[in-house]
Design a binder for this molecule. Structure first.
Ligand SMILES: [Zn+2]
Length: 119
């Protein structure tokens, strides 16, 4: 239930934001989801559709998901490479002394919102 947890978190964040910014309706939400975050997009959208009916501010919000590539950094040769292709072992020097730079994130990148003043 990884996706449901994230959707809960995103919905809560947007609810709080809406309250602070006097947003009456959110038109769309763009999430940046890392390639190796383990999020299954279809299931994520199902969770979203379930959730937005419970949040008046989100009920018409369209969910957009952008996938960001996973990148790993090698400590030994100070270079980066594609995580999905090579995994934890550096393709240049075969070192395992590597760490994920990006690709595990789930961020709210952008929202389109209507505020009370505008409507
Ligand atoms: Zn290396």
């Amino acid at each position: 239930m990884h996706e449901l947890g994230i959707v809960t978190h995103v919905a809560k964040t947007l609810d709080e934001l809406a309250e602070e910014e006097h947003i009456t309706k959110i038109g769309s939400v763009t999430l940046q989801v890392g390639e190796v975050s383990g999020i299954i997009t279809d299931y994520f959208v199902d969770c979203w559709n379930y959730f937005r009916r419970r949040h008046p501010v989100l009920c018409e919000a369209e969910l957009r998901i952008e996938t960001s590539p996973a990148v790993t950094f090698c400590e030994d040769c100070k270079d980066t490479y594609e995580t999905v292709k090579y995994g934890r072992i550096c393709p240049y020097c075969k070192s395992e002394n590597t760490y994920l730079v990006q690709g595990n994130e789930c961020l709210i990148k952008e929202i389109e919102a209507e505020t009370e003043e505008e409507s």
